[in-house]
Design a protein around this ligand. Structure first.
Ligand code: SF4
Ligand code: SF4
Length: 137
């Protein structure tokens, strides 16, 4: 399977949706709910980049919203989506499997760290490894 970033996946989906016409994607009318046209959650990112104006959802959350729309709001259907060649497929659950385990480290609050060290010293433990971490940032 081709590896695409969330923005590139959205771009590809939009091109699929518009018969591979870059002009059609650019002029997509799905930016508001009006006259039978439905708002599309991919709209802000349809050009494959982040717009200058603030967006309500991140690209991945927008994909999640889009997939829910695609499956009439049914989470189970999204999860079990069989269309693995859809550019959005790997992001359909609202996360980035390529970043699993990255950037989510558990930080012990400073006060708690300090009391652990103080308690340890009281009990006669050595905290040579923790003490240097007690620098308030
Ligand atoms: S924003 Fe939505 S409606 Fe517009 S081209 Fe992309 S997928 Fe299609
Ligand atoms: S991944 Fe599945 S649920 Fe999401 S847009 Fe594609 S076909 Fe629809």
């Amino acid at each position: 399977m081709e590896h695409l970033t969330p923005l590139k996946a959205i771009r590809k989906k939009c091109l699929n949706c518009s018969g591979f016409s870059t002009k059609e994607v650019r002029d997509c009318p799905s930016f508001e709910t009006d006259g039978g046209i439905e708002y599309c959650f991919l709209y802000p990112y349809r050009l494959g980049k982040r717009p200058k104006q603030k967006t309500e959802f991140t690209p991945i959350k927008s994909i999640r919203k889009y997939c829910l729309w695609c499956c009439c709001g049914n989470k189970k259907l999204v999860k079990e989506c069989p269309t693995i060649d859809c550019p959005l497929w790997i992001y359909r659950l609202g996360g980035n499997p390529n970043r699993k385990g990255i950037g989510r480290t558990f930080k012990i609050p400073f006060k708690l760290k300090k009391s652990i060290v103080e308690l340890g010293e009281e009990k006669g433990f050595l905290f040579g490894n923790i003490k240097p971490l007690l620098v308030k940032k």
